[in-house]
Ligand binder design. Structure first.
Ligand code: ADP
Ligand code: MG
Length: 578
């Protein structure tokens, strides 16, 4: 008889006793079993699927520490607080923690008094961490948001590019990589960078049928604000409106205030305390007492709020991946939730500019280093403004200097920071120490292609968006159209069908004030109209876009149920019923 002793506690028992949950969600048991048997794992599951449990639960079953690498300080604190409330021995170590506490927590990890320790990747460069790392008894290394490792991912981070090396330093412990969004290429990249051995690979689709996913074409800049205001008025929050530009957020805030709708504004220019306060107010809101938050993409990672009823984008984000993550924050409770992105072609130029600023070329990184070096001892008295003015950077949003500093830090060319007034230049740095892909045109091209792919998805009105997404992520493409995206169904129809039951809290003002910036010309067609097409059959209007010569009407043929978008200036449509 095989007399192997059970090496660990039963996962299902721990799920109930320590997490208060009754059953596993799809794939959780399979992944946890693999982890408990010491196998490497690579998991791609959508936001909200429950990835954290995949390393949290093994931490209570395995002997030894689960070391979690996570990109954001805020993410760790929330998770650790929640775990500690459950009586789980978890802690985090990052730059927000005093050095005394850091030492204590690391010592606790070494002596086996912790089940889980959360760190940011830059911790691996800190001498106090290096001093203890070989004494950590690591049962599992979990790399959260692992797409940050891949330069083909949508959120590549210099610090993450070293995680493979850090894993080696730890003696190649069993490793789990987790991400919400990875194409096959990115998944392979992660696996190679981490040197995973025969990993269990789990990749699940983007089901989330409760979400309406849509793109709405905007042809004139002035149409944006009224459209967003109209949507917000017809939807019951809590909700998020994303915009790339702080100026837009402020305009929308004022416009909503004029309509009697209060909103919070959140962006990277607020102090950490202000951001925290905004996030807390949003988290505390509910369907009975909804709050709308207007935010840049700085908001959201780690926002685990179940009842977000809508996510609107005032501009296209930069990639399908970023968009997927952002809309994925809606409707985690499984209730109908509305996601719509305004597609205004001129915004593509704006995003292209952001992409260029996120990808400084090698010469630029060198010039940053030269400036720092030329300051000699005075570097400690300087700040970011001094650097950007020395580099002649004019635009506030041009982030190339910040990104270059990050790279210089990662390769050890500089240490410390402007904020702490302890920046130092390491004279031993050679420009050749920069990894070859830094500043490569391949990376820039890849990022620009990512934007193009999103633009193409936004424009594929003939094709179910979920099919397009599945194809993009190399997942199985569903046979049937989903019926809940803007290609399959008009946004208004969906809202009427799925969300009209919810009380509309904001009394609708008269139509003129709903469109404060322009008086819309009376539209000859409306959604829901029955129309005769030329001399032929009947169809139902699903969607009307644009105005005047640019009007496009999407109809569903009543006999074949086929959909098409037509130009009513060329093909005659006659309304036969209202
Ligand atoms: P992800 O990291 O995949 O975005 P999280 O780990 O933050 O998702 O989990 C999202 C939510 O799902 C959390 O509130 C978590 O408690 C919950 N959850 C995870 N697993 C289960 C389960 N088996 N049963 C019920 N709820 C779960
Ligand atoms: Mg997560």
């Amino acid at each position: 008889m095989d007399s192997q002793p059970a090496p660990h506690k039963d996962p299902l028992t721990v799920l109930k006793s320590s997490f208060g949950l009754t059953s596993f969600r799809p794939h959780q048991a399979e992944v946890i079993d693999a982890v408990l048997s010491g196998r490497d794992v690579l998991v791609t599951m959508p936001t909200g699927a429950g990835k954290s449990l995949l390393y949290q639960l093994p931490a209570l079953c395995l002997d030894g520490l689960v070391l979690v690498i996570s990109p954001l300080i805020a993410l760790m604190k929330d998770q650790v607080d929640a775990l500690q409330k459950r009586g789980i021995r978890a802690a985090y170590v990052n730059s927000s923690v005093s050095s005394k506490k850091r030492r204590q927590r690391l010592e606790a990890a070494v002596s086996g008094d912790l089940d889980l320790l959360f760190i940011t990747p830059e911790r691996f460069r800190s001498p106090s961490f290096m001093a203890v790392e070989s004494r950590l008894h690591i049962a599992l290394l979990a790399v959260d948001e692992a797409h940050c490792i891949s330069q083909w991912g949508h959120d590549f981070r210099p610090d993450y590019s070293r995680v493979g090396l850090y894993r080696k330093r730890l003696g190649n412990p069993p490793t789990m990589a987790l991400t919400a969004t990875a194409t096959e290429r990115v998944a392979n990249d992660i696996s190679t960078a981490l040197d995973l051995v025969n990993p269990l690979v789990v990749r699940t689709g983007i089901e989330r049928e409760n979400l309406f996913l849509g793109f709405e074409k905007i042809f004139l800049a002035e149409e944006k604000l009224p459209h967003l205001a109209k949507r917000i008025q017809s939807l019951q929050g809590p909700g998020i409106v994303y915009s790339t530009l702080i100026r837009d957020l402020e305009e929308l805030h004022d416009e909503l205030a004029r309509l009697g709708i209060p909103s919070l504004v959140y962006h990277g220019k607020l102090s950490p305390e202000e951001r925290r306060a905004m996030q807390e107010r949003f988290m505390a809101s509910s369907e009975e007492n909804p709050t709308i938050i207007l935010a840049t993409n700085a908001f959201g990672m780690g926002v685990d709020k179940a009842d977000i009823r809508f996510v609107l984008h005032a501009q296209v984000p930069r990639t399908i991946e970023a968009w997927t993550q952002e809309v994925g924050r809606a409707g985690r409770d499984g209730k109908p939730s509305f996601c719509e992105t305004l597609f205004f072609p001129e915004d593509l130029a704006l995003q292209q500019e952001f992409i260029r600023w996120a990808n400084p070329d090698r010469e630029f990184v060198f010039s940053v280093w030269s400036v720092l070096e030329s300051w000699g001892e005075r570097v400690a008295t300087k700040d970011m403004d001094d650097l950007t003015s020395e580099l002649l950077l004019k635009n506030r949003r041009d982030n190339r200097a910040g990104i270059s500093l990050r790279w210089l830090e990662v390769i050890g060319a500089i240490e410390g920071s402007f904020e702490r007034h302890d920046l130092r230049v390491n004279p031993a740095f050679m420009p050749s120490d920069l990894p070859v892909f830094v500043g490569s045109t391949e990376k820039l091209d890849g990022d620009l292609r990512g934007l193009l792919k999103l633009a193409m998805l936004a424009n594929s009105e003939e094709r179910c968006l979920r099919a397009g997404m599945a194809e993009h992520f190399d997942l199985e493409v569903p046979d049937l159209p989903c019926g809940t995206c803007s290609s399959c169904l008009g946004a208004d129809t969906w809202i009427r069908r799925e969300m009209s039951a919810s009380k509309i809290i904001h009394a609708l003002p008269p139509p003129s004030s709903m469109h404060p910036l322009k008086d819309p010309a009376p539209a000859p067609f409306r959604r829901g109209n029955w129309v005769r097409i030329g001399q032929h059959g009947l169809a139902r209007v699903l969607k009307v876009e644009g105005e005047g010569r640019r009007t496009r009407v999407t109809i569903e043929d009543s006999a074949s149920l086929k959909r098409r978008t037509i130009d009513p200036n060329r093909i005659k449509l006659r309304v036969i019923e209202n």
